[in-house]
Design a binder for this molecule. Sequence first.
Ligand code: SF4
Length: 284
Amino acid sequence: MRIRIAEEAGFCFGVQRALDIIARSRSEGKVLSTLGPIIHNSQVVESLSRQGIESVDDLSEAKTPYVVVRSHGVPPEVYEEAKRRGIEIIDATCPFVKTAQDVARLLASEGYQVVVVGKEHHPEVMGLVGHAGGKATVVDDPAAVSGVLFSKKIGVLAQTTMRYEIFAEVVLELLKKARELRAFNTICYTTRRRQESTRELARQVDLMIVVGGKNSSNTTRLYEICVDMCVPSYHIEGPDEIDPKWLEGVKEVGITAGASTPPELVREVVERLEEIAGVKEGTK
Ligand code: SF4
């Protein structure tokens, strides 16, 4: 059995940057916590906890002088609240998310009805809505557009990890409703490349394994892409979940991984597959 890994899999630029910012802050002696789990990966979160870096759900729970804003970003009120509480924010918001936040503010300030294509309760989307002045409409499905009352001047942007096809379809639906439509494709380039390389690999193999947190939005998108490609696909969080039965008759298995999946975890999945298949050759 041949095991192939998608060209773009595992930690993305924004997640790696956030972890580097934490490591640098620690080496400077800063005592810190994170606002929400830094990434959707329990091993990484537990490892930080062992180093004394806890995740808090709310600034009111923070007992450290520094709090890290993760790559998802936060609404503007969080910065104001931190100032009131005397907490210093270490901002690890991904630059691509910052760009989307700037777009949300720009559209709101120019009087557009802001539409965010994304998952309503995802922290990044909640941040984007906040940057749009709290009044944005969130949709994650083109079919949902018909049930919403829109103004004639609409500005639309995407959650950075949204599937491009969904974003494009929502834009087309909005076009039917608006007199003026301004669309910003704020899907980040690593997400696009990751989705493309997943689609490409899924086209060529007999089985796809998607590695990453079940609560990770971008990992779920990758799984959906594999399913859309009609290839048997499994979304797992770790190697222990692999059922040897999945591999019966499989000649080529593809692996892809979400932006918050550590490279070690991908390696462990490869090792488990090799162990099951009883072969070492053919691994890319
Ligand atoms: S998926 Fe893209 S936007 Fe999100 S953290 Fe990674 S690089 Fe940044």
